[in-house]
Design a protein. Structure first.
Length: 307
């Protein structure tokens, strides 16, 4: 297929583009600035989802499929600039949908943040979304735009809700220094004196390797059918506490990660996915999402970059 990847130079977008090329697809990568690093075989297109006339000029030929990954993603920043998050994540998505040819397959990269604080664990796709941040709310609104547009018969859509992506491909690690694993690795690298932990470090999350997530996107393209919309959780299902992450980083790197406890924040004690549906329907399995493998890959990326 001829596939467009938005946000193709981003952490997830790069990994998805790389997988699509390996699967034999012809891939264009939409980026905001020329010269950004893209996987071999991905043709760059420079455009802005908030500038529809210019974007229309860039996306002249129709695509068979789109992996829509361009978004603002930092939860804490979204509280400071909620309107910016809604403009980019929602209006940008609407602008893209408006340009797509009938029958286009769309895979939308969403987030577990749409669930907020769920009533039960593990989290199933049927649970009612209740986002607690502008980021989560903006992603849910974009999801709804994609799904309702699919129900008109204009496109086929698959929404992938990701749980804590981590790891690296091609030496490209997670560029977000606010997330737990990059912060812990920064301490191990001697770039910070200690890792600040909210509460006792018992909060439980799960992690999925960025390459496993990319594999899910490639598989989802085949599942998108015009007039249909599907939603899948993409997660390893492995419960990992903050303390587990610290211990794994110390073991993999052979370096200490001193921690400092801060007052606990009001956050869910556990967020774990039920990824049964994506395994059953798409045949997806997390191949590289064991915590030691994720951390080893992320640490190797830092070493390769000289960090």
């Amino acid at each position: 297929m001829r596939v467009l990847v938005t946000g193709a130079a981003g952490y997830v977008g790069y990994a998805v583009g790389r997988r699509l090329v390996a699967a034999g697809h012809t891939v264009d990568g939409l980026v905001r600035d020329a010269g950004q690093d893209l996987p071999p075989g991905v043709r760059p297109l420079v455009g802005d989802l908030l500038d529809p006339p210019a974007l229309r000029a860039v996306l002249r030929a129709p695509y068979d499929a789109v992996c829509h990954l361009a978004a603002l993603t930092r939860v804490r920043e979204s509280f400071e600039e909620p309107l910016r998050f809604f403009a980019v994540n929602v209006q940008g998505t609407v602008n893209l949908l408006d340009l797509l040819a009938p029958g286009t397959r769309v895979v939308y990269g969403s987030t577990a943040a749409v669930y907020g604080t769920p009533e039960w664990q593990p989290i199933h796709e049927d649970q009612t979304p209740a986002p607690t941040s502008p980021y989560g709310a903006s992603k849910l609104a974009a999801e709804q735009a994609v799904r309702f547009h699919a129900r008109t018969g204009a496109i086929g859509a698959v929404v992938l809700r990701t749980f804590n992506v981590a790891g690296s491909v091609d030496g490209r690690g997670d560029p977000d220094p606010t997330r737990l694993i990059p912060r812990a690795l920064a301490v191990a690298a001697g770039e910070a004196p200690h890792l600040e932990i909210n509460g006792d470090g018992a909060a439980v999350r799960e992690y999925v390797h960025v390459d496993d997530l990319a594999d899910a996107h490639v598989r989802a393209l085949a599942a998108a059918r015009p007039g249909e919309d599907r939603v899948y959780n993409v997660g390893s299902g492995a419960a990992v506490s903050v303390r587990d992450v610290v211990a794994a980083v110390e073991k993999v790197t052979g370096r200490r990660v001193p921690t400092v406890r801060r007052p606990p924040r009001p956050e869910p004690p556990m967020l774990i996915s039920d990824a049964t549906a994506v395994r059953h329907d798409l045949g997806w399995r997390p191949r590289r999402s064991e915590l030691p493998r994720i951390i080893a890959d992320a640490w190797a990326a830092r070493t390769r970059a000289g960090g």
